[in-house]
Design a protein around this ligand. Structure first.
Ligand code: ADP
Length: 254
């Protein structure tokens, strides 16, 4: 299964936001979406998820036009980790995570013990089982990000799109979570697309990268091939050096 974005344009009112986007996302890969603030990363993610409507170009998922896929079917194929989410006041973490099973339930069905067990396991997998009975509105921003990732995992989809999923995490959690996501992508053949600001984290964990500037794709392809001094200068208008480290993973320095 893959997601294809072809000859795609999007504007808010008359302001062009995305122009001539052609991208293909395949399962098992981890894609870093890089670009300055306002370059169109969130908009692209929302368009693929069907949260925004578009007029020009096409998005196909498993060969089907995304507009023709019923929302429930779409949510069994693609999960979403938003930057942040205002949840129902007082909702417990476990209740929020179990909502990831909604695409598999009928309208008035209550989640079963099996669904709760899946939610608990996802929390355990991310090292936050202890938050299970806490109120979502009373945990930290970083903990919320982990909870939203857990909800996406229990949705059991072929793709997960994540909008800056590690922006509130401490440096250790950033590495731990990206390592886990990378392993999940590999072990369960899930395609991960995540917007991320740190090119070093992108180099270490994402095998593919997409560089956006002012709503256009400047480069896309294998991370180690496209994240170079010249492309970083183009995207950020700033001179960086790309150096080789002992472990074979390049890193970016000023
Ligand atoms: P990024 O995620 O890369 O920071 P966004 O996709 O959020 O960028 O935004 C891309 C552009 O779209 C920005 O210029 C932003 O101001 C504009 N934009 C985002 N949301 C809206 C909106 N609801 N209405 C009008 N313009 C918007």
């Amino acid at each position: 299964m893959d997601i294809k974005v072809e000859n795609f344009y999007f504007s808010y009112n008359d302001k062009s936001i995305l122009e001539n986007i052609n991208l293909e996302f395949k399962r098992g890969n981890m894609y870093a979406l890089l670009g300055r603030n306002g370059s169109g990363k969130t908009t692209l993610i929302k368009l693929i998820l069907g949260l925004l409507k578009f007029k020009r170009g096409s998005i196909t998922i498993e060969g089907k036009n995304s507009y023709d896929i019923p929302i429930k079917d779409l949510s069994r194929l693609i999960a979403y980790v938003p930057q942040n989410e205002e949840a129902i006041y007082g909702i417990k973490v476990i209740e929020l995570v179990v909502m990831g099973r909604n695409p598999y339930l009928n309208l008035f069905d209550m989640p079963s013990c099996k669904e709760y067990e899946l939610a608990r396991k996802a929390l355990e997998n991310l090292g936050i089982e202890h938050l299970m009975q806490k109120s979502y509105s009373e945990i930290s921003g970083g903990e919320r990000q982990l909870v939203l990732i857990a909800r996406a995992l229990v949705q059991n989809t072929k793709f997960i799109l994540m909008d800056e999923p590690i922006s509130n995490l401490d440096i250790r959690n950033q590495h731990e979570v990206l390592e886990k996501i990378k392993n999940i992508a590999r072990d369960f053949n899930i395609g991960i697309v995540l917007s991320i600001h740190d090119p070093n984290l992108a180099m270490r964990y994402c095998n593919q990268a997409i560089l956006l500037k002012d709503g256009k794709v400047l480069h896309s392809g294998k991370t180690e091939e496209i994240l170079c001094q010249q492309s970083l200068l183009q995207v950020y208008d700033m001179k960086f050096e790309v150096l080789n480290s002992k472990n074979g993973i390049n890193f970016v320095s000023l």
